[in-house]
Design a protein around this ligand. Structure first.
Ligand SMILES: [Zn+2]
Length: 122
């Protein structure tokens, strides 16, 4: 079941991660523009409820934080691919299942460690 990932499979994950990174980089740029836009700078902003655009900025900032976080994870996964540690759990060093990698190619931990981590108090 958990044989080593083949070069072909690693290439496939690399392509997925690079595509994801490209998409995230585009999203982050857009969200940054949204989050950094001064309130009321829109043309016709006088008629707009100021609360609405503040809420939109807040949403953009929240999204931005999670997209940046994801971008870091994707970059870290690409580093692991380059270093040959991709697909190995950072906690227990056991291989991460192929199903898990296919669902989350930037997963750092195996499902057991991920589940144990979720139960820990934050
Ligand atoms: Zn583990």
């Amino acid at each position: 079941m958990n044989r080593e990932l083949t070069t072909h499979e690693k290439n496939k994950f690399r392509q997925q991660l690079q595509a994801l990174r490209a998409r995230l980089l585009g999203d982050v740029k857009e969200l940054e523009a949204e989050a950094l836009r001064p309130t009321g700078a829109l043309s016709g902003g006088a008629t707009e409820d100021p609360g609405t655009s503040e809420a939109a900025e807040e949403v953009a900032r929240t999204l931005l934080a999670s997209e940046e976080n994801l971008l870091n994870e994707v970059s870290a996964a690409l580093d692991r691919l380059a270093q040959g540690t991709f697909g190995q759990c950072e906690h227990c060093s056991r291989p991460i299942s192929r199903e898990r990698l296919e669902a989350i190619p930037y997963a750092r931990t195996c499902i057991r460690c991920a589940r144990a981590g979720e139960r820990e108090p934050v």
